[in-house]
Design a protein around this ligand. Sequence first.
Ligand SMILES: CC(C)(COP(=O)(O)OP(=O)(O)OC[C@H]1O[C@@H](n2cnc3c(N)ncnc32)[C@H](O)[C@@H]1OP(=O)(O)O)[C@@H](O)C(=O)NCCC(=O)NCCS
Length: 162
Amino acid sequence: MPITSDDIVIRISDGRRSDIDALAGLEQLCFSVPWSWEAIAGEITKNPSSRFYLAEAEGDIVGCVSCWLLPPYECQIGNVAVAPGYRRRGIATRLMGAVIRDTEALGIMDMTLEVRASNLAAQALYAGLGFESEGIRKGYYQGKEDAVIMWRREKLAERKPL
Ligand SMILES: CC(C)(COP(=O)(O)OP(=O)(O)OC[C@H]1O[C@@H](n2cnc3c(N)ncnc32)[C@H](O)[C@@H]1OP(=O)(O)O)[C@@H](O)C(=O)NCCC(=O)NCCS
């Protein structure tokens, strides 16, 4: 039987050491400049702000959003990746939805991320989730490509006093 979106389980964790190999493999599949095994291990073992949102199909990690939760102000999205065979099934949307729910529960007001100027697919994903472009960081990617800086901001009128 083919795996459907309903078969994808979303797991939220601070990251487990046992996930590092699979996450490094997903990076290799999804990015021209992937995070190294060591960088992922550092996030999982040494960064208390780091949180991983993982999509699993039959026990395999097929999608990931990593972020830093920095209450009360900000959630910085690190990487968003879905394995090629699992794309356009709403997995990234579900993972980002879980991040948004957690940030709202923690009272975090704003979320931000950088995305390659050429990555229109990811920009469409983020725009659909309420992110807006607020600027360009020139040559952010190895001096060769600009980053679009996107923010998803809680409306000022809804902000609670600190
Ligand atoms: C970008 C990425 C994370 C999207 O994951 P996904 O699970 O396929 O995304 P979803 O199915 O939730 O798509 C949600 C929306 O994003 C947009 N989108 C996603 N992929 C798209 C594509 N290839 N082309 C155009 N729009 C796209 C669409 O608006 C889509 O809604 P729709 O399917 O109803 O049209 C995935 O393609 C990926 O891992 N790419 C390589 C790594 C990457 O670029 N990560 C982002 C770095 S900032």
